[in-house]
Design a protein around this ligand. Structure first.
Ligand SMILES: O=C(O)C(=O)Cc1ccccc1
Length: 313
């Protein structure tokens, strides 16, 4: 009789060696089956009853929001339940990776994920100013592209990838030319853990306890025509009605055909109340926090706003 447990599947931005993969492994270790996806959108779309967990990058401490992630979260998730059920942060040190033997002065193209290219802007403009930057779906995919045969458009012996130094140990034939090339010494990326239900059980607790958080999507009513925008609730009115502490706000254009009609992705954090200690907050019961957030969303709806719960952790 076999006691092998069937592990839940976790979708991540692949191939192996991406920062998303490392962040996922730091949190989930061997408790899940890892399923690599080509893009952040593919990761999002992979979340299903077959793969109930996923990890996607959400923001970087130097380059800011991951737009692709915010744009996936801003759309009403019609017909599909995907919730943010946790967050995890990774310290990021980028390296410049090349085909073995390639020198800095030979590099004409620098390939990487948009975030990594943005986090190394000063390094590129100071050290390889003539190089063009090429956006790739992930840092590891950029490294893998260096191993492809030369084409009319791209000679891998004139290219470099920005990625984690771990990638040099995964793919043969590549070497690290420079290390620690990110513009800021302290460089962190925060990832969202996604799941099919708000109360998915297989998320290991974070190493450091943190207060309860939630992610909500707020907007004025999408039915407002351009002329009616003045009567629609403002972001200040929406936040006042919510009556919960907002710790981050990202603004993106809404999917409605009203120019400059925006949605706000608002991260909330549970407040300390009389008698609460930091410790009790960390141990706070999730259903109670969910009720507090839902009551806030109801208050937003009462003043004519749209409010949707995107996650609780
Ligand atoms: O491409 C990767 O490795 C990712 O996981 C996305 C990313 C890129 C750069 C910094 C953080 C996350």
């Amino acid at each position: 009789m076999s006691y092998d447990a069937v592990l839940p599947k976790l979708a991540f931005l692949g191939p192996v060696g991406t920062y998303t993969h490392q962040a996922a492994y730091d949190r989930f270790g061997t408790s899940v089956e890892y399923c690599e996806q080509k893009t952040i959108t593919d990761v999002f779309n992979a979340v299903s009853s077959d793969a109930p967990l996923a990890l996607i990058p959400q923001e970087n401490s130097t380059y800011g929001a991951v737009i692709e992630t915010n744009d996936l979260l801003r759309l009403p998730m019609t017909g599909k339940d995907i919730f943010v059920v946790g967050e995890t942060t990774l310290s990021i040190q980028h390296c410049l990776l090349v085909r073995r033997g390639v020198q800095l002065q030979q590099i004409e193209n620098v390939l990487s994920h948009e975030q990594a290219l943005g986090q190394c802007r000063n390094f590129i403009s100071t050290n390889i100013p003539a190089a063009s930057v090429v956006k790739m779906p992930s840092t590891s995919a950029a490294a893998q592209a260096l191993l492809l045969p030369p084409t009319e458009n791209r000679d891998p012996f004139k290219c470099a990838a920005i990625c984690s130094s771990i990638v040099a140990t995964i793919f043969n034939g590549l070497e690290v030319l420079r290390e620690g090339i990110q513009d800021a010494e302290a460089n962190f990326t925060r990832f969202y853990i996604l799941s099919t239900t708000l109360a998915f059980e297989h998320v290991p607790p974070p190493k450091d306890a943190s207060p309860k958080r939630a992610l909500v999507r707020l907007s004025s009513s999408g039915m407002a025509a351009p002329g009616d925008m003045h009567s629609a609730p403002t972001i200040t009115q929406l936040l006042i009605a919510l009556k919960l502490s907002a710790i981050r706000i990202d603004r993106r254009p809404s999917s409605y055909l009203v120019p400059f009609h925006d949605v706000y992705l608002v991260e909330l954090q549970q407040d300390l109340k009389d008698g609460d200690t930091e410790k009790s907050l960390h141990q706070a019961i999730k259903p109670q926090w969910i009720s507090e957030v839902k009551a806030g969303l109801d208050r937003v709806k009462e003043i004519g706003g749209e409010a949707i719960l995107l996650g609780v952790w």
